[in-house]
Ligand binder design. Structure first.
Ligand SMILES: Cc1ncc(COP(=O)(O)O)c(C=O)c1O
Length: 434
């Protein structure tokens, strides 16, 4: 008999209770007050000669905290991807785009984000791109070596490369940016899952963020931003969202006349801007807790007193404030060989304890709605598939909770102590999804 409590999936009391379940989203009086001020003030949107106040504040705060000079509010992260690509294509002109039709996208991502890529290219060039899903590395981000060798042979067919922040890592954004310069192709960084994290290297010419609810780093309602260091691209981005009108004199982007463009109509309203701003400020605190939690969890899973051989792996953080959309743990082979458990056994066990743990996004090459884009490409997708098979992907609300490293430690001790009874527990049960 062991003194360690029985896992909840075997009939024990769950580690997470109503009292210890982290609040999500974290909200307070500031959100209500700022929304009421805007509602009562009557200016719910800004443009041209009616400058947007809260959108302008949000854009400056987000640009500063992410290390970019300019931000442009957008309705969501998908349209923010479209806007970044569009502005870069517009700036290059139509003759550069002749003979090019391909966009290299992340295989392991939220596949609906590819819609933003398609929209951005189609709006600017009047034709849809051919998407090329690029396999992921074990840290779940786009494989830069695959991109380098693809560009070495096919760069003249490529319009753009769109790497994505994924599961707590930025990936090789500086390398993608350098490859874009070397091969003269557009690079846009889909940083929807980056939130208030800050990339320390040289960024892509444009990047985009999302502020939509769910597990995002800064949940608000629909909302997003496009970021850039380049004042000319910033002016184009503003004109694109604001029906063709470039930045005015009270805009954080330097004043510029923008020539005629087939502009979109995707302004961010004052209420989503203000809500995202307050959530962003909360995320500045969350990123400190998350950074510390990630350090504690990395030492927990490497502790030989818990696991004689490490059965879980967390990718090394690649920034001072790494992205915190989720905690990503990958099951090593030792999970099977030393504990006799499968990744699904572990996900099911964690879910029963009240932890929102799942396998994560389906890669594009396995997604029934999108997999046709990978068909016929001579690219190695085994690693992308492996990430999902072996992932334990824990919702951001846990990673932000200072109690979570202890909670996880308790659950993992239960797993080790009762491993014989947990063997095969995942079989015949549905995959946990939140
Ligand atoms: C990687 C990634 N990119 C882009 C998006 C799109 O963001 P939004 O939902 O704000 O349109 C998402 C949404 O979940 C995402 O996960």
């Amino acid at each position: 008999m062991t003194a360690v409590a029985l896992p909840a999936v075997l009939g024990g009391d769950p580690v997470i209770t109503a009292a210890t379940d982290p609040a999500w989203p974290e909200v307070g009086g500031v959100e209500s007050a700022i929304l009421a001020e805007i509602t009562d003030g009557g200016q719910w949107v800004g443009y041209a000669n009616h400058p947007a106040k809260w959108r302008a504040v949000l854009e400056q705060v987000v640009a500063d905290t992410t290390g970019y000079r300019y931000g442009v509010g957008q309705p969501n992260g998908t349209l923010a991807i479209a806007s970044g690509l569009r502005a870069q294509l517009f700036a290059r002109g139509s003759s550069w785009a002749e003979g090019r039709d391909q966009v290299l996208v992340a295989d392991l991502t939220h596949a609906s984000a590819h819609h933003g890529v398609t929209l951005g290219v189609a709006a600017q060039l009047g034709r849809a791109p051919r998407l090329v899903p690029v396999p992921a590395k074990l840290d779940a981000t786009m494989d830069e070596d695959v991109v380098a060798s693809y560009l070495a042979s096919h760069a003249e067919r490529v319009l753009a490369v769109v790497p994505a922040t994924m599961y707590g890592n930025f990936g090789a954004i500086d390398r993608f940016a350098a490859l874009g310069r070397e091969h003269d192709v557009v690079v846009h960084h889909d940083n929807a899952l980056g939130g208030a994290a800050r990339y320390d290297g040289a960024g892509a010419p444009t990047a985009s963020l999302s502020g939509q609810g769910g597990g995002k780093a800064a949940p608000s309602c629909e909302g997003g931003l496009t970021l850039t260091d380049d004042p000319e691209l910033a002016a184009l981005l503003r004109a694109d969202t604001d029906c063709g009108t470039g930045p005015g004199r009270l805009d954080p982007i330097p004043y510029a006349e923008v020539g005629p463009m087939m502009a979109g109509n995707q302004r961010m309203g004052e209420q989503p801007a203000a809500l995202l701003l307050v959530q962003w400020l909360r995320a500045l605190h969350a990123r400190l807790v998350m950074r510390e939690n990630r350090r504690l969890i990395r030492s927990l899973v490497a502790d030989p007193r818990l696991f004689p051989e490490p059965v879980l792996w967390n990718p090394p953080p690649d920034a001072e404030y790494p992205p915190f959309f989720a905690l990503y743990l990958s099951c090593t082979e030792a999970l099977e060989s030393s504990l006799g458990l499968t990744p699904k056994d572990l996900r099911v066990t964690l879910a029963a304890e009240g932890v929102w743990a799942e396998a994560g996004f389906t890669p594009t090459h396995l997604d029934p709605a999108w997999r046709q884009w990978a068909a016929g490409l001579d690219l190695p997708y085994e690693q992308s598939a492996r990430v999902v098979e072996r992932a334990v992907f824990v919702h951001t609300k846990f990673l932000r909770d200072p109690r979570f490293p202890d909670v996880l430690g308790e659950i993992l001790r239960r797993v080790v102590a009762h491993r014989d009874r947990l063997r095969g527990i995942g079989e015949g049960r549905p995959e946990p999804v939140w």
